[in-house]
Design a protein around this ligand. Sequence first.
Ligand SMILES: Cc1cc2nc3c(=O)[nH]c(=O)nc-3n(C[C@H](O)[C@H](O)[C@H](O)COP(=O)(O)OP(=O)(O)OC[C@H]3O[C@@H](n4cnc5c(N)ncnc54)[C@H](O)[C@@H]3O)c2cc1C
Length: 182
Amino acid sequence: MFHCPFCHGWETRGMALAVLAREPREAMLALYVADRFSDDVVLCTNGPLELPAEIVARLDERGVPAIDAPISRVTGEPGALELHFADGRTLARDGVYHRAPTRQHAHLAAKLGCEILDDGTVRVDERQQTTVPGVAAAGDTAKLPAVPDAVTLVSLGAADGVRAAVWLDGDLFRSGLGLTPT
Ligand SMILES: Cc1cc2nc3c(=O)[nH]c(=O)nc-3n(C[C@H](O)[C@H](O)[C@H](O)COP(=O)(O)OP(=O)(O)OC[C@H]3O[C@@H](n4cnc5c(N)ncnc54)[C@H](O)[C@@H]3O)c2cc1C
């Protein structure tokens, strides 16, 4: 099962795929995968899902059928999965896309008094600084409120971390000289 077409899309090219979608924007993932990687994509909504007419039309155009029966379980091996639906149907697939929800676990930033956004991430500015002077955050946990749907990747987390460290060190250097931090 794959969670991200950017991380794993290439590996799924040409596969018989299912995309699990519980909300309309996740149905877009089925369209995206059908557009980029495979002609055999089935949208599985795990129950009725009302989709905007324009998305339904695009799914039809791309030949992406939808199954709205609840999914009771998924079995099989990597590369040979089987979705079992509550109505007794089964669907054999080489791979399944499923964007499982993720959440932040670390409470360190909150303990330090940093502002935490509604989704549990730590508010940062363009220099990775949190709302507490001298505390920076980087990676998945750090979010610019202006970019709520930020891309989260290993390379970006590492880059943010380097930027945070450079800015923090610059501030330490300035304050060591008795200058105001930037
Ligand atoms: C299924 C999946 C597949 C992915 N595939 C890719 C991919 O192919 N390529 C890619 O670039 N990105 C991929 N990503 C995204 C990538 O994993 C993240 O963007 C990246 O790991 C973020 O790094 P991070 O250091 O910010 O957070 P994390 O990697 O989550 O590291 C945070 C660490 O902090 C630890 N921690 C939490 N609380 C505490 C605590 N209180 N004390 C001590 N430690 C604590 C956690 O255990 C964890 O090890 C994938 C993500 C998922 C979920």
